[in-house]
Design a protein around this ligand. Structure first.
Ligand code: HEC
Ligand code: HEC
Ligand code: HEC
Ligand code: HEC
Ligand code: HEC
Ligand code: HEC
Ligand code: HEC
Length: 511
């Protein structure tokens, strides 16, 4: 066995302290739960993992050693260029299928790293979404939405995330811990079937993982505000591609595919995830088909064998993560499918339609915005009447206004965005361009410096700094900024072109 594989067989998980607090009285549940993928969903830094990996499509070399991931390229003379090293601070995923590695920057921002570990291959390979020439490399911020599905609610902003805990399905537990009783904790079994399913759907319902506006939180709802037992539609609206004749199969599709099953659709709303799964062991209950298919089960198990799911819910490769194999929850008579050979990244430009939840017209129209035009501006303004502090809508409005040439309104909106989130990279960059194009070059530099300090991995900020220094006729600073943009993002063609232009006209050290 390779040394790093031996190291991984001892993967350590980061458990939430809350899970342990239930042990004195619910020991059996705690112990089975800690064996599940959910109970181990965040993993520790892989200190003894050693591996190298070359990604041909993007021509990048990687190595992992002593908990650090390094990326570099080789110059014409074979010398190492564009080198970056980041500490692997924790992993997302139990490793039942995969672990995606993450870094925490000094400013506390979480970055997804380009390599994941895959159990099926017992090896490292590109993270889902990264197997292309122009991937995110080491620059992609992990959104709170990613951890909403993969971790416990954060208790301390400075701490690393911990694995999914009891509260994610049972709600807040402090009252119960102080004075345990049936009355002060959510027991899903006492909820309607819809509310039970939605406890699982908060994380297990996703229509499409990338490329469209697949869901949208309701106004004034924070990422972590969903409470088990409340209607999911009060928290979030879902959308799907309008052109989905045969629904796609993706890694997080248990909920989406189950909703397409005749078993679900024709059983009068009775089917929930716990019809088949024990929530605390995450295993399937024995005979989970028999409850509804007594006759077919008796007939079938004689003729076909007892592995009902093996034929009707086959395991297959999702289109968005081809190095894993997961169960298809669309129960069908004779499922036909082909495993994809490559991950598909084609952008979708068509309309989206409401899925599972009903959408009001403003939300639906916003989900369908294709360009920052006048119509989009009107929609964003309508939305801000519902929630004046939605930072992403404010930033989108500021960007749209600027592109439409409405400079002063854009500046006002972007400044408002920055009072709510001082390091918003989109708002800082758009505002900097607005200032630079109005001739306020020093102010543009100050804004970009503010962004760079908080987000030193944001290649576009370095590019905009370079362009501003170029306009100020400061070639040396321009050159350094373009170089940094290229080191962070070697496929940044415009930064390379600008760098060549700066160098071409002068003889500078470092050209
Ligand atoms: C000091 C003992 C104690 C601790 C600690 C404790 N519980 Fe309980 N729990 C109880 C008792 C007692 C009941 C009520 C059992 C009954 O009435 O049948 C209960 C019931 C429950 C129920 C079922 C409620 C129902 O409607 O039937 C859930 C869910 C639950 N606890 C979750 C938790 C979670 C999650 C934790 C940890 C955050 C926890 N408990 C910690 C003692 C405890
Ligand atoms: C907070 C988000 C969240 C909630 C709530 C949630 N899940 Fe999960 N579930 C996950 C994630 C993430 C994984 C993958 C964990 C891993 O292996 O890293 C997972 C994995 C699973 C698995 C695979 C087996 C395993 O060992 O974990 C099953 C089965 C499952 N969930 C069922 C359920 C059911 C049933 C519910 C509702 C009662 C539910 N989940 C609620 C996020 C969630
Ligand atoms: C909407 C909820 C949701 C979001 C957002 C989400 N995931 Fe997941 N992810 C899941 C669920 C659920 C599974 C388990 C799927 C299964 O086993 O069928 C999963 C599986 C995984 C696994 C494999 C875990 C294992 O070993 O089984 C990794 C790694 C992973 N996700 C990483 C990420 C990263 C990184 C992000 C953010 C960029 C992300 N996910 C965003 C819900 C989500
Ligand atoms: C993935 C969601 C999920 C998680 C996480 C979870 N539970 Fe539960 N729990 C449920 C559901 C659903 C039920 C209802 C029982 C059922 O449907 O079989 C339940 C029921 C219970 C009950 C009632 C008695 C019983 O056995 O049914 C207790 C006690 C309990 N959970 C404790 C815990 C503790 C303690 C933890 C953390 C270690 C925990 N649960 C984590 C979903 C979850
Ligand atoms: C909550 C009840 C329920 C459960 C549990 C359930 N089914 Fe079904 N299933 C149904 C109903 C209802 C239909 C529709 C029957 C009809 O069309 O007359 C159905 C249809 C089917 C079909 C035909 C699908 C089609 O598209 O025509 C298959 C195959 C099937 N079920 C297999 C299974 C298997 C295998 C399991 C266990 C893994 C299972 N079912 C669990 C209720 C259930
Ligand atoms: C009709 C029965 C049935 C229902 C209903 C059902 N599942 Fe499953 N699920 C299965 C079977 C069978 C497996 C495969 C178990 C195995 O291989 O051990 C599975 C596996 C999974 C896995 C692991 C995926 C993989 O293959 O690695 C996840 C995650 C999961 N289910 C989530 C859910 C969620 C969430 C729901 C509700 C939306 C749900 N399931 C409803 C039968 C069901
Ligand atoms: C070896 C593969 C295989 C296994 C194992 C299997 N089935 Fe089937 N099943 C089929 C096929 C093929 C059909 C489609 C028959 C047709 O359409 O004429 C089918 C049809 C069905 C149907 C549709 C209604 C009917 O009776 O035609 C149900 C329900 C069903 N199976 C349930 C089950 C259950 C429950 C089990 C486990 C006890 C099971 N199957 C095991 C292959 C299998």
């Amino acid at each position: 066995m390779k040394a790093w594989l031996a190291a991984l067989s001892g993967i350590l998980q980061i458990a939430s302290a809350q899970t342990q607090s239930c042990r004195p009285c619910h020991a059996a549940i705690v112990d089975t739960y800690l064996q599940t993928g959910m109970g181990r969903s965040i993993t520790e830094r892989p200190s003894s993992l050693r591996a190298t990996f070359y990604h041909k499509l993007s021509n990048r070399h990687y190595d992992v050693n002593a908990g650090v991931m390094r990326r570099y390229q080789k110059g014409a003379d074979g010398a190492v260029v564009n080198e970056i090293a980041k500490s692997i601070d924790f992993g997302i995923g139990s490793g039942n299928h995969a672990i995606t590695y993450a870094n925490r920057t000094p400013a506390g921002i979480l970055l997804e790293l380009p390599l994941s570990w895959y159990r099926e291959r017992s090896a490292l390979a590109m993270s889902p979404g990264y197997d292309k020439p122009d991937h995110f490399d080491m620059r992609r911020e992990i959104s709170p939405a990613c951890l909403f599905c993969h971790a416990a609610y954060p208790t301390d902003a400075a701490a690393l995330p911990s694995s999914i805990d009891c509260a994610r399905c049972h709600g807040p537990a402090s009252a119960h811990l102080a004075k345990p009783s049936k009355e002060n904790i959510v027991n899903p079994v006492r909820l309607t079937a819809d509310r039970q399913r939605e406890i699982c759907f908060q994380c297990h319902l996703e229509t499409v993982s990338t490329g469209i506006f697949d869901s949208m939180r309701q106004p004034k709802r924070d990422v972590y505000s969903y409470q088990p037992g409340e209607p999911l539609s009060a928290y979030k609206l879902y959308f799907d591609r309008a052109d989905a004749p045969e629904p796609r199969f993706e890694v997080n599709h248990a909920g989406y595919r189950m909703l397409h099953s005749a078993c679900f659709q024709k059983s009068g709303g009775k089917m929930t995830c716990t019809t088949c799964h024990d929530p605390h062991s995450a295993k399937t209950k024995p005979a989970s088909c028999t409850g509804c298919h007594a006759e077919a089960s008796a007939k079938h198990s004689r003729q076909m064998g007892s592995d009902c799911a093996g034929c009707h819910m086959p395991k297959r490769k999702p289109s968005d993560a081809i190095h894993v194999t997961v169960t298809d929850h669309w129960v069908r008579r004779q499922p036909k499918f082909e495993n994809p050979a490559r991950e598909g990244y084609e952008p979708y430009r068509g309309r989206v339609v409401p899925f599972y939840t009903e959408a009001d017209s403003v939300s639906l129209d916003i989900a369908n915005v294709q360009a920052p035009n006048e119509e989009a501006v009107a929609l964003y303004r309508l939305y801000l009447q519902r929630d004046a502090k939605d930072v992403s809508v404010l930033a989108a409005l500021g960007n749209a206004l600027f592109r439409l040439g409405r400079r002063q309104e854009a500046v006002d909106t972007l400044e408002k965005t920055l009072t709510l989130e001082p390091s918003h990279p989109g708002a800082l960059n758009t505002l900097a361009i607005a200032e630079a194009t109005a001739g306020n070059l020093e102010r543009a530099i100050a804004l970009l410096d503010q962004c760079r300090k908080m987000r030193p991995d944001h290649a576009l900020t370095w590019f905009n700094l370079g362009a501003t220094y170029q306009a100020m006729e400061k070639p040396l600073q321009a050159l350094q900024a373009f170089r940094e943009a290229i080191r962070l993002q070697p496929d940044f063609a415009e930064a390379r072109a600008r760098l060549a232009a700066v160098c071409g006209s002068r003889k500078l050290r470092g050209c």
